[in-house]
Design a protein around this ligand. Structure first.
Ligand SMILES: Cc1cc2nc3c(=O)[nH]c(=O)nc-3n(C[C@H](O)[C@H](O)[C@H](O)COP(=O)(O)OP(=O)(O)OC[C@H]3O[C@@H](n4cnc5c(N)ncnc54)[C@H](O)[C@@H]3O)c2cc1C
Length: 381
């Protein structure tokens, strides 16, 4: 029993070191990053020099080779102080998991070693008319000689314009629907790749979100990473592994808001005592702590399943994303309530955390879609 439900020491040591880095080098800029909707360059520099901007990259390509649970802990600890910054390791993982799952040795060496050096990797699945129904995408890749010509546009792409590399899902056979989609890697400098205006968002303001335009982009077949027609299944397999990183992000946001609210409740006095002494406040904080802990257990269990490639991963990754992001929304909303009027203004970070939490219920599949995924996978283990 000694080791059951206890993280091995190396993960706790990792948490401690990432927390120290986040508190010292990321938290001091979080407010400014949000207020000015600017990329968290300080966070990127700190993460990159600690090997944490893309910690999942295997050691043979110059990365840290962090397993799924270690990546979750990194993202959780960064999100605790700045959600936008936590998208740096999360987007890099999302963009490159298709390559790790389906690319050949040469392709992995070519792009993963550059990712380890700090070149970003984005993931281009969504389109303006194809969100939850991603398989209805209109972006087309057409054969030309030995290569391909890609035309279309991808909406809502995190880190578009910052990333050097883009995993792009395109239809190679529209007649076949989801079975006619193929995955390619494009580079920022490819002729015909350009970017739209920055989206003006409610939260995650430090993370650039832009459209990616693909205008007659000509590439060789060495850019194709999936079998022809196997791209959609690869895209869904990728999300099985990466939705857990969104759960991690939500977990960190919730933890950060809970800590601010608890500290505030012990300091703020009304009616001659600390507001913490009112049962109404205590119960809100107790519920927060309970829900965060439940979310953490589910997220870590999902990460372990991702690492081991277990059969019920699809259920667990959707469940961890859906549950934890709903918890984050509730916890951050209650944290604002605990702080009263001070929670509603940006003197304290809880209003930012509440705005940030909202996105986690929407991207990498809305929580309605997560429930669909769970329902389709009931009883698989
Ligand atoms: C800031 C941000 C960053 C993003 N980053 C990326 C990225 O890097 N790469 C990328 O590819 N995409 C990215 N996305 C896109 C994101 O994944 C989509 O927005 C999301 O999947 C939802 O698609 P949609 O916005 O088109 O909503 P829609 O699919 O139009 O959904 C609208 C509503 O209808 C509901 N709905 C839809 N279908 C069903 C159904 N069958 N049953 C029940 N309810 C349903 C949804 O849950 C939602 O409430 C990002 C989005 C945002 C906002």
């Amino acid at each position: 029993m000694d080791q059951l439900f206890t993280l091995p020491e190396e993960y706790e040591a990792l948490r401690e070191s990432v927390r120290a880095l986040a508190d010292k080098k990321i938290q001091p800029f979080a407010h400014d990053v949000d207020a000015n909707a600017r990329f968290p360059q300080e966070a990127f520099d700190a993460l990159q020099s600690a090997g944490l901007a893309a910690p999942h990259v295997p050691a043979e390509f110059g990365g840290e080779g962090a397993d799924a649970l270690a990546v979750v802990i990194v993202i959780e600890e960064v999100a605790r102080v700045c959600a936008s910054s936590s998208l740096i390791p999360a987007v890099n993982k999302l963009g490159s998991v298709p390559l790790m799952l389906a690319g050949n040795a040469e392709q992995k060496k070519r792009w993963l070693s550059e990712l380890a050096k700090g070149k970003g990797f984005s993931y281009c699945l969504s389109e303006s008319e194809a969100g939850s129904d991603a398989a209805s995408m209109k972006t087309r890749a057409v054969r030309k000689g030995d290569g391909w010509v890609i035309n279309g546009s991808k909406k809502w792409i995190s880190h578009a314009g910052i990333s050097e590399f883009y995993t792009v899902l395109a239809s190679t056979d529209p007649e076949k629907g989801s079975k006619g989609i193929t995955a390619f890697i494009l580079e920022k400098g490819d002729a015909g790749v350009s970017f739209g205006a920055h989206e003006k968002k409610m939260g995650f303001k430090g993370s650039p979100t832009r459209e990616v335009y693909l205008d007659n982009v000509e590439i060789g077949d060495d850019r194709r990473i999936s079998e022809i027609g196997a791209g959609f299944s690869l895209a869904m397999q990728t999300l099985d592994h990466t939705r857990i990183t969104i759960a991690a992000q939500a977990l960190g946001i919730a933890q950060g808001a809970f800590e601010v609210a608890t500290k505030y409740a012990k300091e703020r006095r009304q009616f001659g005592k600390a507001i913490f002494d009112f049962q109404a406040i205590q119960f809100m904080l107790a519920d927060m702590a309970m829900e965060i802990e439940a979310a953490r257990q589910l997220t870590y269990a999902a990460a372990a399943k991702s690492e081991r490639g277990e059969r019920d991963l699809t259920f667990f990754s959707a469940a961890s994303k859906c549950f934890t992001t709903d918890v984050a929304m509730k916890v951050t909303t209650d944290a604002v309530q605990v702080l009263g009027g001070y929670g509603y203004v940006n003197d304290y970070p809880v209003e930012r955390m509440m705005r940030d939490a909202k996105l986690t219920q929407i991207y990498e599949g809305t929580n309605q879609i997560q429930r669909l995924v769970m329902a389709r996978n009931l009883g698989i283990n």
